[in-house]
Design a protein around this ligand. Sequence first.
Ligand code: PEP
Ligand code: MG
Length: 325
Amino acid sequence: YRKELEELKELPAKTLDGHEVEVAGNIGTPQDVEGVLNNGGQGIGLYRTEFLYMDRENMPTEEEQFVAYKEVLQGMEGKPVIIRTLDIGGDKKLPYLNLPEEMNPFLGWRAIRICLELKDMFKTQLRAILRASTYGQALIMFPMISGVQEVREAKTIVEEAKRELEAENIPFDKDIKIGIMVEIPSAAVSADIIAREVDFFSIGTNDLCQYTIAVDRMNEKVSYLYEPLHPAILRLVKNVIDASHQRGIFTGMCGEMAGDPINTLILLGLGLDEFSMSALTIPQIKKIIRNITLEEAKEIANEALSLATPEEIRDMVNEKLNKLN
Ligand code: PEP
Ligand code: MG
């Protein structure tokens, strides 16, 4: 088994009929890069930068952030690295930021909402990412986007950071790609509008499930409702992928849904371009992708879309998966 994984590592995530996707890893720190590479990850689909900010007494400086981003980019040797800007608030607090207590933290002041208000903090991070961008292939991703206005505002601040660096003669990747996490239903539903103004989408199913099904992702009592294979989630995922392809941009997925084998055939069939997950599940997902044709996967996705409940969908997919092995 180990030998099989070792071989898989070098192989592309390509279907039997030649359709290639990317299987990537989610990381929280530069130390996680090694695990992604060892498991055959072809990029970083989500670098959660908030760990740089947590468990400390003060804000990380531009230099500290630059060093971390550079280390990840160099470690990945030119493979794509999607750096998500600060996603704080909700369940994640920063002692030195004094975030207000809220009745509904998951619906409150978090992530891009904080960054667009604390502009200097945001620009410091963007400058660090831009400076690091010459050491590999960096992409910038904004979390918790609810609509296109936030995309425009965030991009304006990226432009400001770029102008500053230019004035200081500091090099950066002038064509750096900018995308968003699709993890709020309003963004998923209006993906056709947002697609005009970004270079890629990455679907954050952890929050997308929470917000679409109205089920707190931390609450055990209602966890039975938390279901990525809910017909509503599949329809949102399809809408996002279709909207991106109509504009010629790609859609990835970096929520837990992307790393669970039960979902792989459906996501592949819906046209997902990049699957990003914890390093350990990469080989398994790659193997499933390499054992089916895109045509078959499309049929499975269509069948899934015709079914009424997560259970029915799971039963159907399990049958197909058993036949593969
Ligand atoms: C998500 O919401 O699916 C996601 C990947 O982000 P996080 O789990 O960090 O909220
Ligand atoms: Mg999220």
